[in-house]
Ligand binder design. Structure first.
Ligand code: NCD
Length: 309
């Protein structure tokens, strides 16, 4: 598999075989890391995280991944302390960052399509860590890696994707990622005003899908339920947000009433759509999912940087 130097902008940028290879690599380095030594001596490689929108897991898991790999990791810092504050354009900012010759740029920002734009500007490979409502491919890698660890396979899974399907970029990337596998069935569960967008559905070539408004109506059919928060920051009209806020919630009581309790995943952060009383249930997998994100990003960085064993 040759991922060296590749931009990773969309879930579509990876083949099924490449995803399976990255999952194998993540499992391998997870075991090696138990010794707590840097996996490689690759301190000639420099990664920079450029996060112009809030992030905890994605930024930190990339930074830990780089540290455990044994590369150098720099951070752009909060956009508030950068020249973006003075009015510098996105294009100029990316030209500058690239000019310092990092070996990889990990980028999050709020405009859909700007990750692709950055990839055109920059000589360094760009990994999209979220571009507005568009995509978040490394979250989707984290999600399928988590599903693989639970089920031992990805073909044939029936997955409920619930919540803000209109604005959630993880929804799009996960849909495209799962679509690479065979006999996938997706259940899109949302209030009518947060229904999945056509540009997401148009990208699905193999998977079957159907829609529901209440999780109870499809729960029996699900292997896993992927819950997402209402993406407050994407609403231009705050009153629209207030209308849908709190319109769905997964709780322990609600799950205990189901005939079959699906595994529960969530990209996090959660707000109020997933009660903390679910955390102690054996089906709750979201904190493990966040941890898995670090191992799959180790695998991705190692291969995009072309670090030799
Ligand atoms: C997600 C994101 O940024 O899209 N968070 C993450 O990276 N784990 C989901 C979200 O913010 O709701």
């Amino acid at each position: 598999m040759n991922l060296k130097g590749r931009d990773i902008i969309s879930a579509k940028d990876l083949t099924r075989e490449e995803v399976e290879f990255l999952i194998k690599e993540a499992e391998k380095y997870r075991n090696i890391l138990k010794s707590r030594k840097p996996i490689f001596k690759a301190d000639d490689k420099v990664a920079i995280t450029v996060f112009l929108e809030p992030s905890t897991r994605t930024r930190l898991s990339f930074q830990f991944a780089g540290t455990y790999l044994g590369i150098k990791v720099l951070d752009f810092g909060a956009s508030e302390i950068s020249s973006i504050q003075k009015g510098e354009t996105f294009e100029d900012t990316m030209t500058m960052v690239d000019g310092y010759e990092p070996d990889v740029i990990i980028l999050r920002q709020s405009v859909a399509g700007n990750a692709e734009k950055a990839a055109k500007i920059c000589a360094a490979p760009v990994i999209n860590a979220g571009d507005g409502i568009n995509e978040h491919p490394t979250q989707a890698l984290t999600d399928v890696y988590t599903l693989y660890r639970i089920f031992g396979h990805l073909d044939g899974l029936h997955i409920g994707i619930m919540g803000d399907l209109k604005y959630g970029r993880t929804v799009k990337s996960l849909s495209l990622m799962l679509d690479k596998f065979r006999d996938i069935k997706l259940y899109y569960i949302s209030p009518p005003s947060l229904k999945v967008r056509d540009d997401i559905l148009n990208g699905i070539k193999n998977a079957e899908y159907e829609f529901a408004e209440r999780v109870e109506d499809v729960a029996d059919k699900l292997d896993a339920l992927y819950v997402t928060r209402v993406q407050k920051e994407r609403f231009s009209d705050p009153s629209e947000y207030e209308k849908v806020k709190g319109s769905y919630k997964i709780t322990r009581d609600m799950l205990l009433k189901l005939k079959k309790i699906p595994y529960i995943l969530h990209p996090l952060p959660r707000v109020d759509e997933l009660a903390t009383d679910v955390d102690s249930m054996p089906q709750a997998k979201y904190f493990e999912q966040a941890k898995n994100g670090m191992f799959i990003r180790i695998a991705l960085l190692k291969n995009v940087l072309g670090i030799e064993e």
